[in-house]
Design a protein around this ligand. Sequence first.
Ligand code: CA
Length: 232
Amino acid sequence: MSRILIVEDEVSLTKVLRRGFEAEGLRVDVAHDGNEGLRLALEQEYDAIILDVMLPGMDGHRVCSMIRAAELWTPILMLTAKDGEYDVAEGLDTGADDYLTKPFSYLILQARLRALLRRGSRGRADTVRVGDLALLPQSRRCTRLGTEIPLTAKEFDLLAALARSPGITISKGALLEEVWDLPADGDPNVVEVHVSALRRKIDQPFADRARKLLHTSRGLGYRLVPAETESA
Ligand code: CA
């Protein structure tokens, strides 16, 4: 049985969500402020966490980044306000896996949560290497030339998807499906945003010492090319 945590201060909303998820057979815990949410997230074991941004005590971004700082990789879906104050990129930077803007339909939330639960916790795996880049799936760490590169959860998943097939171009649609559990014909913008962020982290800081790893196949997608095999 999957167990989820809802961190949200709107009591009427948490009641509706709890009733809906419990009817589906999920076990549900609820926290109504950030501090309580963080405490539960770190003390209990959850298969997914639904986390509101605007919370008393400690805001959702802070809760999310503290969960990740504790090396806890439970899938997190952030609930955000609709008025545009919320910067999606900033939210993803704190390590959230997905976000949903209020007001949302229960069916959409249910589908997005199911996608996160389906992915579940990650199994054991050995280090994946592409040239001088190393990915450690267990601890979800990334290094290049021995330098630790902090990545968000989605950046890591995206890089891992590309690293599994080095030199092979992977389409934005395939990445949407694999990394975001979204339909392949969905908006590719989220892929493009994350590829740009990855470039700033894995290529730009090393431009004076190493070759570019992340390449665009124009109109086709992206590929990760081990520097030593790249033709000039
Ligand atoms: Ca709230």
